[in-house]
Design a protein around this ligand. Sequence first.
Ligand SMILES: C=CC1=C(C)c2cc3[nH]c(cc4nc(cc5[nH]c(cc1n2)c(C)c5CCC(=O)O)C(CCC(=O)O)=C4C)c(C)c3C=C
Ligand SMILES: [Fe+2]
Ligand SMILES: [Fe+2]
Length: 335
Amino acid sequence: MTEKSPKTAVLLINLGSPDEPTASALKPYLREFLSDRRVVDLNPIFWQTLLNLVILPRRSPKSAARYVQVWMKEGAPLKVYTDRIADKLRQRFQQKAVDADVFVGMRYGNPSQVEVFKTIHNEHGFDRVLVLPLYPQYSSSTTASVFDAVSKAMQQMKSHPKVRFIRDYHTHLLYIKALADQIRDQWAKVGPLGKKGRLMLSFHGMPVRYCEEGDPYPKQVRETTDLLIQELGVDPSKVVLSYQSRFGKEEWLKPYSDETARHLAREGVERLDVICPGFHTDCLETIEEIGLELKETWFKAGGKVFHYIPCLNDSEASVSLVEKIVEEELLHWPE
Ligand SMILES: C=CC1=C(C)c2cc3[nH]c(cc4nc(cc5[nH]c(cc1n2)c(C)c5CCC(=O)O)C(CCC(=O)O)=C4C)c(C)c3C=C
Ligand SMILES: [Fe+2]
Ligand SMILES: [Fe+2]
């Protein structure tokens, strides 16, 4: 390490995406993802058999076709936006002479967070790493899995850096304000919700059992929702909270976003504006599942107007939020 190297590395982690929108790239990516016992905790012999013999062969081509629809010139949206946040944050740190550099790692796929973590210390010589998973709400299947993978990397190292973890930021003032601004900007462009409009806050779901076993995710989702309603100053009856992205046979958190949309359309609601506050960056689950699939469900059910409001992505407000979270943590990390 040269004397000028910053001491602290900020490691932004996101879920990850396949390298290409093809079945052959989806297979190893989904295998790694769905073999994580924080994500699927079923009996491993039963699950690995089902995964390899049934789920991967069936799901990989179907998922690839969905990724094709959202793929950007530079790659998978989740990775593109995460890299852009890192670039902008690095520039801000340079301008303000903050003694920290910024790295990106993916929990699944590339660049692997385990490899990036090791490189930060072994090759770049950083002695402190601040790990920031870009999941606003803590959940065992996402945030805790990131922490597990950092521990795994450390188990494989002869020397490891000092590490700090950001657990969540679901009530952070800048997070709530950034979401509210994103919604207000949309309303400024397309007009207010009106009498027959609703705002849907659609969060990624998870098996109910995980929550019964202690996962605080739905509680944090509720806290985010309440603060956002308060910040927007809207009538709470105009806002619906729902869960998307069901997977497998178990019962997942309810109400489901697709069922809720159908129900609202049947009740005579004409306009649906949807934002996904649990995703910091847009990805397959937001652009395709909500922006395309849910939109189709809405119109088929008789809805008249649909707006998908993008995630925070690499907006100025998003980068300011990440910058603030990092600065607050560094302030309390003694040299
Ligand atoms: C199998 C169980 C799953 C749990 C539990 C789960 C929790 C969970 N996931 C996210 C964020 C994302 N998930 C994404 C994709 C995705 N998630 C699951 C399954 C579970 N998620 C699957 C099978 C998939 C892949 C879909 C497919 O390929 O068909 C993504 C998108 C990745 C991308 O590249 O765009 C994100 C982000 C959260 C926040 C969460 C728990 C709260
Ligand atoms: Fe997921
Ligand atoms: Fe999905």
